[in-house]
Design a binder for this molecule. Structure first.
Ligand SMILES: [Zn+2]
Ligand SMILES: [Zn+2]
Ligand SMILES: [Zn+2]
Length: 117
């Protein structure tokens, strides 16, 4: 489903800003508001926060509770997986669960992301 259709079916008005933000969430990693702002520098931080709030409220994006006290967001509804924090750039990537039969946990690994490796 295109990002435009995803916004539509979530009952959100389609805007270019929202579409661009949602496109970032196609990758298997998490995003903080600051990282979104860095990836889309033409959107100021308050615009990013405002849109994130809408995307979370509409169920397209959810808050992953991460180690550093910051809000990290990723696509809502993805199947259970765990996370790897890059020790160089602090990006949090989504990684397959190493113990798939027991899904009541959230593991965070420390490692090096594909960009920094
Ligand atoms: Zn990295
Ligand atoms: Zn994830
Ligand atoms: Zn797991």
């Amino acid at each position: 489903m295109s990002t435009r259709n995803q916004l539509h079916s979530a009952g959100l008005r389609h805007t270019k800003d929202r579409e661009q933000i949602l496109e970032l969430f196609e990758s298997t990693r998490t995003w903080t508001a600051k990282e979104i702002h860095e990836a889309l520098p033409h959107l100021d931080l308050s615009t990013v926060y405002r849109n994130l709030t809408k995307l979370v409220a509409s169920g397209l994006v959810s808050d992953v509770h991460a180690h550093d006290g910051q809000s990290h967001f990723e696509r809502a509804g993805v199947t259970h997986h765990d996370h790897r924090v890059c020790d160089t750039c602090d990006v949090i990537e989504c990684v397959p669960c190493p113990i798939p039969k027991q899904e009541t946990h959230h593991l965070e690994f420390i490692g090096t992301c594909e960009t920094c490796a």
